[in-house]
Design a protein around this ligand. Structure first.
Ligand code: C2O
Length: 329
């Protein structure tokens, strides 16, 4: 009965009503007729991501990065590489806009299971390539939010200091701006007002670090604990399948998103999270933490079975020359 998750049928995309704010249910990318091909990793130079708290002292990088995001936001609104179109890809895959292929009652969800890490890594890969292409730099790399190191445990100021910057987003919890320290246990639902570990300062830094350490340590022999439970074709998602890394990441989404609005747009809601540049910083570090986890395991494949290795998704890739239009992969 088992089978790898298949990519969705784009033409059957429907309103995304699972958890979306009522005005954000139109998440379908408008490209149902596209040519879909298998993706081969390109032989481009290695892109090296750096921590956001370090790149802030590199004006040349900040300039490039800001320019790339500006260009992406300025693309025609129906262009698949447009910043907000890219955000819709996340919404479509997370808020129920697709059914799983061959299972018309089962919605596709890339969170709360082993798909979480793989899907988001691909999503960033393509997003990063679009940014690099827009500024004609194939070495361009996203910065990562190094929230597992003491120096990185605050919201990076490059995203908060200038309201006119393309990196800025107003829908955030401004009480959590620098110097507030992220809290790996923060959650909207744990009480009113939302709560967390109730620790501050160095105590909170230490609590985060030991939480991260035990998340790694307890799961080294059992990748499900770190990465999430298997989800095969036809199976509905269940929040019980969430892995340890995804849980920490969930707390950080909520920490950045506004606590006092019903749908917590942008970062606190799947449907809108990718409209905030902070999303990609957060996920660049999730990618990095997964990479560290794999290293700690001696680079063994985490799930040596076809249902993991052959699951597939659809993303929007750039053509080799920048012509203003994307190809779907
Ligand atoms: Cu798709 Cu950080 O979530």
């Amino acid at each position: 009965m088992a089978a790898p998750l298949a990519p969705p049928e784009l033409s059957t995309c429907h309103p995304a009503t699972k958890g979306s704010p009522p005005d954000m249910t139109h998440c379908c990318p408008p490209y149902s007729q596209a040519h879909i091909v298998d993706y081969d990793f390109p032989r481009t130079p290695l892109r090296v991501r750096r921590p956001a708290h370090e790149v802030k002292d590199d004006p040349e990088y900040i300039e490039k990065y800001t320019e790339a995001v500006r260009k992406m936001k300025e693309l025609p609104s129906d262009d698949p590489w447009n910043f907000y179109q890219q955000a819709l890809v996340h919404c479509a895959y997370c808020n129920g806009a697709y059914f799983q292929k061959g299972y018309p009652d089962v919605t596709l969800q890339v969170h709360t299971s082993w798909h979480f890490l793989a899907w988001h890594r691909y999503y960033l890969h393509f997003f990063e390539r679009i940014l690099g292409k827009l500024i004609k730099d194939d070495t361009f790399a996203l910065p990562y939010w190094n929230f597992d190191a003491k120096e990185g445990m605050t919201i990076p100021e490059i995203f908060t200091s200038d309201p006119n910057s393309p990196l800025y987003n107003d829908n955030r919890n401004k009480d959590h701006y620098y110097p507030a320290i992220v809290d790996y246990r923060y959650a909207y639902k744990c009480g009113t007002p939302p709560c967390g570990s109730n620790q501050t300062g160095d105590e909170l830094v230490q609590a985060n670090m030991s939480y991260m350490r035990s998340t790694f340590k307890n799961s080294l022999q059992l990748p499900e604990l770190f990465m999430g439970d298997p989800l095969r074709a036809g199976e509905p998602d269940s929040s019980k399948g969430t892995g340890g890394l995804e849980s920490i990441h969930n707390a950080i989404h909520q920490f950045v998103g506004p606590a006092d609005t019903e749908y917590h747009t942008d970062m606190g809601n799947f449907a809108t999270a990718a409209r905030d540049c902070m999303f990609y910083r957060l996920h660049a570090n999730v990618d990095r933490l997964w990479h560290l986890y794999t290293n700690f395991r001696g680079n063994r494949v985490e799930f040596d079975e076809p249902d993991w290795l052959e699951s597939s998704y659809i993303f929007y890739e750039l053509q080799s020359d920048f012509t203003g239009r994307g190809t779907i992969l």
